[in-house]
Design a protein around this ligand. Structure first.
Ligand code: GCU
Length: 660
């Protein structure tokens, strides 16, 4: 453990949070690389705050001990207070390290009031996917949908030479519970494809850094690698030469990275190659890679984001929302044990509001991982403050079979919780400093999917806005809490209404364009006309998508009477005068929420500016600049959306506000 590179924001681990542990006499009992990492942490904290790392039977007041026979599992730990001593025990050094970060979070209470407690992650695989490219793409930049500068891993066309920043990132991730990551984009370019073969040493160098904090590295690979890199004339998953090529490829990877996690694959999706070209199924494709990885204990993460991105907008029978279920549900039971189907949480694409993907509950004989998007592609691109934990908590708490059945968080335990990272080489890590909370909250929710998002926000505020950074932590935390707590709801208010989605500018997806995708091949339409708006996905008269859900949802969503307001336009095409459960008409709801959303964004900007004296200057300036842009953009959304619906419907705003 060493200090952060200069100029880099410490995020939720400023040295200050180590004060309570660093002023103690600390004993670590245990061997192995992660126990050494823990010793390094202890040594650093004690150096800063006057404590001491002791050995043998020297007296101590904090002890980390590997205990035989505990039931903490591979990553869990138990914390207990005894007279004059706080004990953390675990069955495995990884548990001790997680226990360390837990004690850091508890601070003084770990030594005074904390009750005995055992923590185990509810989900074994807690993974971040980086959509990073080795090279800089002329349009997308280096990180696809990245809003925080360049890549943390790749620089000047190679793996970064100085790994101090990577090590610091690994530490941040471990401290919130993340234990795996993939280091390159799911859209695998020709340069990135070679990370699997002759450039594997660069991946190995990254894995060396992450391993120190208990994270395993995964790699996105091209399904056509046997052709691109192997010189074969096919990538047919049932061809013996292809199978042999992948086995050798996996063997080589493990020779360099013995604890390699596995492959992530985007196949037959948005132009990426896949098994369809050979008349094979996605199970055949996934199993090819699973078989190559199996001897080494690796896993393939096969993404379910498969749909027709060249559809004809005139064709009303094709529904993009149906695609993943139509492709994958029939394959349930056909995937190997070390193949995980990685499903986006919603059926379309990380919109501010979507129902939960029906695939998640539909494949009991398949390991399923749920994919979230921490990077804010459709939620303000880290120029808008939008704290996503409440949305994720809703998704993770959803029960696909109703109250009696398991939650999404429980179902994800079979394969993992995965998120697209929002971090880059920006000095604040996430571009918008307040977007650090999204990264933190994802890790904590992956560890405990039923954690309360409000509590996570408090946790993050406490560790990020320490007394060393501000004269009045209480006032500052209260201020930031109030700008973040409702920020997802605010964002939803001024963007696409009632679950209809998109309405963004095509390509980069920032800012409003109501009809931007309406006549495009991407399958993301709202079908507004002079009478009404929304997508009829019912069985009775629409695309039949509601039939992909089990009861009760298949019925709840089928009828506009029972469909929740916030999803109404996702499931139904309704007249502008349709009355919501809230008592408002659809069109009046659109007007009201758009005015309110802007007012809320303006209020958040004002509140932030009132905190100027309390926040370190660079932080304050960066957030203030983002709020200017958020307010500008929110007004643009309001005016475009409201004008659009006024012009389409001819229905005036009942309050006579200015609509253009
Ligand atoms: C979105 C995003 C793409 C990304 C894709 C994916 O569509 O806009 O940039 O490649 O998701 O998840 O594969």
């Amino acid at each position: 453990m060493s200090s952060l590179p200069t100029g880099i924001d410490p995020a939720w681990l400023p040295d200050e949070v180590l004060r309570d542990v660093g002023s103690r006499r600390v004993l670590v009992r245990g061997e192995g690389p992660l126990a050494d990492t823990l010793r390094g942490e202890v040594a650093y904290a004690c150096r800063k705050f006057g404590g001491a790392q002791v050995t043998g039977d020297a007296s101590h007041d904090l002890c980390f001990d590997l205990a035989e026979g505990g039931d903490e599992g591979p990553e869990g730990f138990t914390l207990e207070r005894r007279p004059g001593l706080t004990m953390v025990t675990a069955a495995d050094p990884a548990g001790l390290l997680y226990g360390w970060f837990h004690v850091v979070r508890l601070g003084e209470s770990a030594f005074t009031t904390a009750p005995a407690q055992t923590h185990r992650p509810a989900v074994a695989l807690r993974m971040l996917d980086h959509w990073d490219n080795v090279s800089v793409h002329p349009v997308m930049g280096q990180v696809e949908r990245g809003y925080a500068g360049g890549s943390l891993f790749w620089q000047d066309g190679r793996a970064r030479g100085d790994m101090a920043r990577v090590r610091a990132y690994a530490r941040l991730l471990a401290s919130c519970g993340i234990n795996a990551l993939s280091v390159n984009n799911v859209n695998v370019g020709p340069v990135e494809a070679r990370l699997l073969t002759d450039r594997i040493e660069e991946v190995a160098a990254l894995a060396d850094e992450f391993r120190v904090y208990g994270l395993r590295v995964h790699l996105c690979v091209s399904f056509a690698a046997s052709m691109l890199l192997g010189g074969l004339d096919t990538a047919d998953p049932l061809d013996e030469r292809v199978r042999a090529w992948w086995r050798e490829a996996a063997d080589r990877v493990y020779a360099h990275i013995p604890d390699f996690g596995g492959f992530v694959v985007k196949a037959d999706s948005e132009g990426q190659p896949g098994p369809f070209a050979y008349g094979r199924s996605h199970a055949d494709g996934a199993n090819l890679l699973a078989d190559a990885l199996a001897p080494h204990g690796g896993t393939v993460h096969w993404r379910a984001f498969v749909y027709n991105h060249r559809q004809d907008w005139r064709d009303r029978t094709t529904d993009r929302a149906r695609a993943a279920f139509d492709h994958f549900a029939p394959l349930d039971g056909r995937f190997r044990d070390n193949a995980v189907l990685q499903v986006k949480h919603g059926p379309v694409d990380f919109q501010v509001r979507e129902p939960v993907s029906p695939v998640i509950g539909a494949m009991p004989r398949t390991r399923v991982a749920v994919e979230l998007q921490v990077t804010q592609e459709y939620t303000g691109q880290q120029r808008h403050a939008c704290a996503l934990a409440p949305m994720w908590a809703e998704v993770l708490g959803f029960r696909p079979e109703g109250e009696q059945g398991p939650s999404v968080g429980e179902l994800a335990a079979s394969g993992g919780l995965v998120a697209v990272s929002n971090a880059g080489d920006d000095p604040f890590w996430t571009g918008h400093p307040l977007a650090q909370f999204n990264l933190y909250a994802f890790g904590r929710l992956a560890w405990q999917p039923d954690a309360d998002p409000g509590r996570l926000l408090d946790e993050w505020l406490e560790s990020t806005l320490t007394p060393a950074r501000t004269d009045d932590p209480e006032r500052l935390r209260a201020g930031v809490r109030s700008v973040l707590a409702g920020s997802w709801a605010t964002y939803e208010k001024y963007t696409a209404p009632l679950g209809v989605g998109f309405m963004v500018q095509p390509g980069h997806h920032y800012g409003p364009s109501v009809d931007g995708y309406e006549y495009s091949p991407w399958g993301t339409y709202h079908f507004a006309d002079r009478d009404g708006v929304g997508v009829d996905r019912t069985r009775a008269t629409g695309t039949g998508y509601t039939g992909q859900y089990a009861k009760p949802w298949s019925e709840t969503y089928e009828s506009p009477e029972t469909c929740p307001d916030e999803l109404l336009l996702f499931f139904h095409h309704v007249p502008y005068g349709h009355v919501l459960h809230s008592g408002k008409t659809v069109v009046q709801h659109i007007y009201d929420t758009h005015f309110e959303g802007v007012e809320e964004a303006e209020a958040a900007r004002e509140l932030w500016s009132s905190l100027a004296d309390l926040v370190p200057e660079a932080w304050h300036a960066r957030v203030a600049e983002r709020y200017e842009e958020q307010v500008r953009s929110a007004r643009e959304w309001r005016d475009q959306v409201n004008s659009y619906f006024l012009r389409k419907s001819g229905v005036p705003d009942r309050y006579g506000r200015r609509i253009h």
